[in-house]
Design a binder for this molecule. Sequence first.
Ligand SMILES: Cc1ncc(COP(=O)(O)O)c(C=O)c1O
Length: 400
Amino acid sequence: MDNTNLIIERDKRYILGTYAAHDIVFEKGEGCMLYDTEGKEYLDFLSGIAVACLGHNNKKLVAAIKKQAQKLMIASNYFYTQPRGLLAEKLLKGSHFSKVFFTNSGAESNEAALKAAKKYFNQFHPQRYKIVTCLNSFHGRTIATVTATGQEKYYKPFSPMPDWFIYVPFNDKEALRKALSDKEVGAFMVECVQGEGGVVPASEDYLSYARKLTKKNDQLLIIDEVQTGIMRTGKMFAYQHYGIKPDIVTIAKGLGGGFPIGACLLTDKVANVMKVGDHGTTFGSNPLACHAALTVIKELKKKSMREHIQNISVYFFNKLKTFEKYPFIKEIRGKGLMAGLEFDDKYQVKEIVKALLDKGLVASMAGQNTLRLLPPLIVNQKEIDQMGEILETVLKELNQ
Ligand SMILES: Cc1ncc(COP(=O)(O)O)c(C=O)c1O
């Protein structure tokens, strides 16, 4: 193993400088713990940004990947392989969706959704081409998804951008009603909890209002569950908290538990417009990723696991509530095992993240000065207590 500095310097020399990474080299992980090349251990309350839902080095997931890798990793979408169909069946059965398109990332899942929506407009409402999204949203980094992302800082450097996105303030029903009354608008794409935007949940009636309006005009409701999906908020999909049935849902992150895979789930009426040749991917649907995801879904669908997530979420938020005593914490938000602590602007969350790392807790910043916590879904009370102790130490110092 090369030493830490050499690894960092090599990266800095050769890797495109699009990230401001911390000077830490992670070498291995176990459960909710990460270990760096200096032998220091960290509690992982980021999970690779809502990915490692079963924690690190999960025995069943590792064994599934190993077994499938030895059998067959890729065959191409010109042929059938068993894991793809099994995963699709597991995801769709019992839901109102009828078809799935597998991808390799969240952005690609959203691209698939946008293409299917566009094809739907062209077929049934040719005058429609615009899509409404929310300010402060995040939908990915491809040209279309970065434009869908309602944050100028992400798309402005690449302008001119596609001109078919309209942005509305999140949780503002009147603004949504106005935007959807545009005859050229065909869809509304939204997150149930804005993740990158600072862990901001949709208000109780916002999504049902959106569903009611879009249904009335045969506009499509696309829910981006790339961060919130796969039990992150305590249900398989976060839209289930809101009692709605979207036309399209996109997922990725937690689906493979660390193995790259995403998916776009479609109801019959949208799925029917997509024909042979309309979309494709070389890697999407490969048996290795599908077998990994199948293992993840099987684990998460277990009654014991669902109960664990529900109970531990209550414990997690009760613990976080104890930090309300600090006047510089403006709000504590979230759902399930997705939490955000918004700080007063006088305090830099970037610096708080660094202080937490120093003390062995991995977390991240999201949105406007919000500390985001996304532990693996297997996290236990002891680990939450440990997180609480580290956070308490750092916030106490801040309060002095
Ligand atoms: C809600 C949401 N959509 C899409 C994406 C993009 O996913 P990916 O980075 O896998 O392309 C993200 C990533 O953070 C996300 O949080």
